[in-house]
Design a protein around this ligand. Structure first.
Ligand code: NI
Length: 290
């Protein structure tokens, strides 16, 4: 009897050693109750684990966020889509008023936010609170928050580490304010380079219509910059910093709806058109401008 146990143990040990050399089992065998030593293969007869034929229980992980709604690919096929985007905010001056307009018409937009209202100084506590509240309100309305970096620098002039700090800082702030994390990055000035593509782990979103609202500060000109050129699949660049832009939006939104456009977030625009957007690439829109 003892001989047969020894024979069994011996055979098992030989088989295990052979398996290890042929790569069938990992080189470390953890024996329950013992601290595993990565350098020692410890197989003594009384510690050889019984073969366990019970199937491992299936682990069900609860999703932290609700899964994205399933999109019926045909639902938006015949619709003209446009994504309004607002950069450099949120600001007390214009963001709330723009949100009021979006809410009034039950439509959405995307806000590419910066981490600090002014790159040269820290936000005061009350400004921080207001900016957080604006982002939270936008998310609750179904709008998307994108990342426009902490300090609005040319990413092409930064090291990889500095680029990451510029991106991660904003994602932390947006998560703190809204419980969601941006998945899109708009590089300041649209500046991009191979290092930017390699470093930023999110798709880079540019635009197909540049209203130049920051330059004209004129609601009529901003309105015309959109309405004279807008096509299905466009991404429109504006800035939620100026009252003139907020005023233009009060006219742009109803005019777009009148022309049969559906206003969507940037992520929805690509999703509804079946375009997969990936890190390391940049996108201008979901039409031939892409
Ligand atoms: Ni900007």
């Amino acid at each position: 009897m003892r001989n047969s146990i020894q024979f069994f143990a011996c055979t098992l040990a030989i088989l295990l050693v052979l398996s290890i050399f042929s790569g069938c089992v990992p080189a470390v065998v953890n024996v329950p109750g013992n601290t595993p030593d990565p350098t020692i293969i410890d197989i003594s007869p009384d510690q050889t684990p019984e073969p366990d034929f019970t199937p491992a229980p299936t682990l069900t992980l609860e999703p932290i966020f609700s899964p994205a709604p399933t999109i019926d690919p045909t639902a938006y096929q015949d619709k003209k889509l446009v994504a309004l985007t607002f950069d450099d905010g949120p600001s007390r001056r214009a963001t709330g008023r723009i949100l009021d307009t979006l809410e009034e018409y039950g439509v959405v937009a995307t806000f590419f936010v910066v981490g600090k209202a002014s790159p040269s100084q820290e936000d005061s506590e009350s400004l921080k609170r207001d900016r957080h509240a604006l982002m939270k309100r936008a998310v609750e309305m179904g709008c998307e928050i994108g990342n426009h970096t902490m300090e609005h620098k040319y990413l092409t002039q930064l090291t990889a580490l500095e680029i990451l700090e510029q991106i991660n800082g904003v994602n932390d702030i947006v998560f703190e304010a809204t419980g969601t994390t941006p998945t899109l990055v708009r590089p300041p000035y649209g500046s991009k380079s191979q290092l930017v593509f390699d470093t930023v782990q999110f798709p880079l979103i540019l635009w197909s219509i540049d209203t130049r609202d920051w330059e004209t500060r004129n609601a009529d000109k901003t309105y015309n910059a959109v309405m004279n050129y807008v096509r299905d699949g466009d991404i429109v660049l504006m800035h939620d910093l100026y009252e003139s832009t907020a005023e233009a939006v009060e006219r742009i939104v109803p005019a777009l709806l009148e022309q049969g456009f559906t206003l969507v977030t940037v992520s929805q625009l690509f999703q509804y058109r079946g375009i997969e957007i990936t890190a390391g690439n940049f996108y201008r829109g979901a039409n031939d401008a892409a």
